[in-house]
Design a protein around this ligand. Structure first.
Ligand code: IPM
Ligand code: MN
Length: 301
């Protein structure tokens, strides 16, 4: 019996979490996966009511789970940074989730702003270092941090002679992601650059509504989340696109060892997008409610 922690969080977080777990549940049932969920009430409302951000007791409980699912964090009445640092970054740092895996995949039928590029060209994974760099908030002792990256990349790379490797600067990378996205299969990068280029990646794969991610460490409990934020102005409107959130739940299935169930979720998303039913992936413009999109993906499994 797997134990999965849910942090629906703020804004549209609870809505997308509901749809993600609806699809997770349907896929789990098909695959015979037994699980239970524990919901944690952390986020802006709790902070405003009690002053608590992420109590230590919750953090301790999270350590014992099989996986964590997070909707979104960020509240318009709370000074920016408090919740993001106190919850999202705290879980990443305290559980040492040093890998943030962010696929950039354009599904067939999804419009991209890139001219003459399609699913063949836009299909890669960004591996974002998740606990260091400017995010660590202390003067980095590794003055030659980027030299270290380059040395480790070369050293580890020697063991994989079949993989073509290149070192690129981040400014040029943003240019190539737009001009020649087909060049990339995997990008490995530091925390800050990874944050920036994964928003660009989300845009070229059809927008924030479709970009999923996983925070990983092979020796710790992993946390899955859409890369978008809490979009406060859409709260409770049943208008936000849950596909990114559902994609993150699919990644969670894969992580738990159910590759086939994960592929089904991915295929159902892909089939739905290819069907052209959803006219626009933006919140409020989908022609369907958040809940209906969740139903369509669940039915398509
Ligand atoms: C993300 C977000 C976070 C980050 C913020 C909310 C701290 O932008 O998950 O990409 O910068 O990592
Ligand atoms: Mn970001």
């Amino acid at each position: 019996m797997y134990k999965i922690g849910l942090i629906p969080g703020d804004g549209i977080g609870p809505e997308v979490t509901r749809e993600a777990m609806k699809v997770f549940g349907a896929a789990a049932e098909q695959a015979g996966i037994q699980y239970e969920t524990v919901e944690y009430d952390v986020g802006g409302d709790r902070y405003l009511a009690t002053g608590e951000v992420l109590p230590d007791s919750v953090l301790e409980e999270l350590r014992g789970l099989d996986a964590i699912y997070l909707g979104a964090i960020g509240h318009p009445d709370v000074k920016p940074g408090i919740l993001e640092k106190g919850i999202l970054l705290k879980v990443r740092f305290e559980l040492d989730l040093y890998i943030n895996l962010r696929p950039v995949k354009l599904y067939p039928g999804v419009p991209t702003p890139l001219k003459d590029k399609g699913p063949e060209e836009i299909d890669f994974i960004i591996v974002r270092e998740n606990t260091e760099g400017l995010y660590a908030g202390i003067a980095n002792v590794l003055t030659y941090a980027h030299d270290l990256w380059r040395r480790v990349f070369d050293e580890v790379g020697e063991d994989y002679p079949d993989i073509k490797k290149e070192y690129a600067f981040v400014d040029a990378t943003t240019m190539w992601m737009v001009k020649n996205p087909e060049w990339f299969d995997v990008i490995v990068t530091c925390n800050m650059f990874g944050d920036i280029i994964t928003d660009l990646g989300a845009m070229i794969q059809g927008g924030m509504g479709v970009a999923a991610s996983g925070n990983l460490n092979p020796e710790s409990v992993a946390m899955f989340e859409p890369i978008h934020g809490s979009a406060p102005r859409y709260t409770g409107k049943n208008q936000i696109n849950p596909i990114a959130a559902i994609g993150a739940a699919g990644m969670m299935l894969d992580h738990l060892g159910y590759a086939e169930a994960a592929t089904k979720v991915e295929k159902s998303i892909s089939d739905l997008l290819a069907s052209g039913k959803i006219k626009d992936l933006g919140a409020g413009r989908m022609g369907y409610t958040t809940e209906e999109v969740g139903d369509l993906v669940a039915e398509g499994l």
